[in-house]
Design a protein around this ligand. Structure first.
Ligand SMILES: Cc1cc2nc3c(=O)[nH]c(=O)nc-3n(C[C@H](O)[C@H](O)[C@H](O)COP(=O)(O)OP(=O)(O)OC[C@H]3O[C@@H](n4cnc5c(N)ncnc54)[C@H](O)[C@@H]3O)c2cc1C
Length: 534
């Protein structure tokens, strides 16, 4: 069946899409509102602001890659082309793998489609501990309803693939809570390649849903363009300095671009937004920029199933468990959400952390692998304040993230519970993703081993695909970078609208939390600015 490429058709119909790598001379771009970054926050904002009648300019440092180039479903191509630092991003010490998207559509182009509303516990905590106003469960609900409708979000109606079914079966046997994951898809083929860009435009990513809607309303999209600095005068941003990137989207091409707009929206995501503000020397009287960067630190366990389960096929995530998320001794250790990742060969080989025959013998068993992951809820306790973004001499972002004993206790709990669920789900052997671990043939042995592992960075495999915070929202300017609607506390015509706003992690995969908050903030911004008055 032929799949039309949305962008080929759209550009032919007159969409204004420009590739900055083809610019040959210094250029100035102008708009009512410029949006830096085209992911969950930027895409949503562009759609709403363009619909409200503003002349919107969307800037993206990554490439424009569309369904036509996703047809090969090639993991290596995707990691090199569509992810920050070609998937090589880590924390500054190299201990935690950081996966973030870098392409038109941002991380939504490569994400796995799980779409959860912000848990009520998290919203209450933000109001009570972080001075967030106007985003209670009742106030947020209409925005979650509206974005869910817009992006086709509904519980996955197809039986889970065999990888997810292990989690479901394990939870059922143990009497633990589990639920079907809502996904943002329309007409999904259940192929499982979401992480490499959806080849059939079923995933309602920003690439497929909101950016085309903005372009159809007259927005301009410039890709291969990296914003390096904001310029200021008094309490206003007066311009942006950007550099065009070469065709490979790596090095500056040598062409500079200046941008002038009456209002600036930063949507470059957690890590890159704080880095841009720090590089620019933006006012930060209370030293809040980059602080409280949360990552849902993730730990993993592997299981060998008696039969082939081919865990790379089918919706990557369709079952989750919050059994240990909100019930526990949180003074002792954080809560966590249990899910599975897709069993993509390169992803799992990298996680496995070994080499030579040991790696190849294990990866040869991949068709029988089940993998579980736990998203640890960071940012909710004084011993888990999140990390900090800073910049190196060249102005590039670095994320420092310390792992406290409090977090390590949470990781151990999570490994234990996942191993237990895997055996209950039918596994014949289980192993924690830890360099000293080995396959255990039963739960008693796995428990003994996991309890006695050394809980240290570089031994335990740690990763994140959910970067949140660093430009926290709140009403107290001493504690936050922007107010509860994303307006910068010091710069009048600057808003921040993306995952960098969150004062803690979410306790669930964050994309829908970003879509809903971005929809509310962009709508309020449009009301405040009114096209005629910009
Ligand atoms: C493999 C993977 C799977 C995931 N699966 C899920 C999932 O199933 N469900 C879920 O809820 N979440 C998932 N996530 C996370 C989710 O997609 C992100 O949290 C979300 O997209 C973040 O939105 P954002 O707007 O903050 O930033 P992003 O979506 O990351 O967008 C930021 C964009 O800004 C661009 N940019 C940054 N700086 C600049 C600059 N200076 N100039 C120009 N452009 C710039 C970046 O290149 C990027 O394209 C996943 C993430 C990964 C990596």
């Amino acid at each position: 069946m032929a799949i039309n490429d949305i962008y080929t058709d759209g550009i032919a119909s007159g969409w204004d899409v420009r590739d900055a790598s083809s610019f040959t001379a210094p250029t100035t771009l102008e708009a009512d509102i410029v949006i830096v970054g085209t992911g969950a926050g930027g895409g949503t904002s562009a759609e709403i602001l363009a619909n409200a009648g503003f002349k919107v300019l969307l800037i993206e440092e990554g490439p424009l890659k569309t369904s036509a180039s996703f047809k090969d479903m090639n993991e290596a191509r995707a990691y090199a082309e569509l992810y920050q630092e070609a998937s090589g991003r880590t924390t500054s010490d190299g201990a935690i793998t950081v996966l973030q998207g870098r392409a038109v559509g941002g991380t939504t182009t490569v994400n796995w489609t799980s779409s959860f509303r912000t848990p009520p516990e998290t919203l209450r905590h933000w109001a009570e501990a972080h001075g967030v106003k106007g985003w209670s469960v009742d106030e947020a609900k209409p925005w979650f309803d509206e974005r869910s409708e817009r992006l086709g979000i509904a519980p996955w109606g197809v039986p889970p693939n065999a990888n997810n079914a292990v989690l479901q079966k394990g939870c059922e046997k143990l009497g633990w809570e589990w639920h079907v994951i809502p996904r943002n898809v329309r007409g999904c083929w259940n192929s499982g390649y979401c992480g490499f860009g959806c080849p059939v435009n079923a995933k309602q990513s920003m690439l497929v849903a909101s950016i085309p809607a903005a372009l159809a309303k007259g927005a301009t999209l410039v890709h291969h363009l990296s914003v390096r600095k904001l310029q200021f005068s008094g309490d206003r941003v007066t311009g942006l300095e950007a550099v065009a990137l070469d065709a490979n989207c790596i090095h500056p091409s040598g062409v500079s671009v200046r941008v002038r707009a009456k209002h600036v929206v930063l949507a470059g995501g957690a890590i890159n937004n704080p880095a841009l503000l720090l590089r620019s020397g933006a006012p930060d009287p209370h030293g809040r920029v980059g602080k409280r960067t949360c990552i849902h630190p993730v730990v993993f366990t592997y299981a060998q199933m008696p039969e082939r389960i081919d865990g790379w096929y089918g919706a990557p995530q369709s079952v989750a468990s919050d059994h240990f998320q909100w019930s526990g001794q949180f003074d002792f250790a954080p809560g966590f959400k249990m899910e599975v990742p897709p069993v993509y060969p390169a992803l799992i080989a990298a996680l496995f952390g070994r080499s030579g025959p040991e790696l190849s013998q294990n990866i040869a068993q991949l068709p029988q692998f089940n993998v579980m992951l736990a998203l640890t809820r960071d940012g909710f306790h004084e011993d888990s304040p999140g990390g900090e973004v800073r910049i190196d001499e060249a102005g590039n972002p670095l994320l420092d993230y310390e792992v406290s004993d409090y977090l390590f206790r949470g990781f151990k709990n999570a490994l234990l519970r996942m191993a237990e669920a895997q055996f209950a789900g039918g596994a014949s052997q289980v192993m924690a993703a830890h360099l000293d671990a080995s396959w255990s043939p039963n739960w008693t042995e796995a428990k003994r081993q996991i309890e006695n592992l050394a809980y240290k960075k570089f031994k335990l495999a740690l990763g994140t695909a959910h970067i949140m915070g660093g430009c926290a929202m709140g009403e107290d300017a001493r504690q936050s970078v922007v107010n509860s609607e994303g307006s910068h506390h010091q710069l009048q015509n600057l808003s921040i609208i993306d995952g960098s706003l969150f004062p803690t992690s979410i306790g669930a995969n964050p994309q829908l939390s970003i879509y809903a908050l971005a929809a509310r903030n962009a709508t309020r911004l449009a009301q405040r600015l009114k096209p005629a008055a910009v």
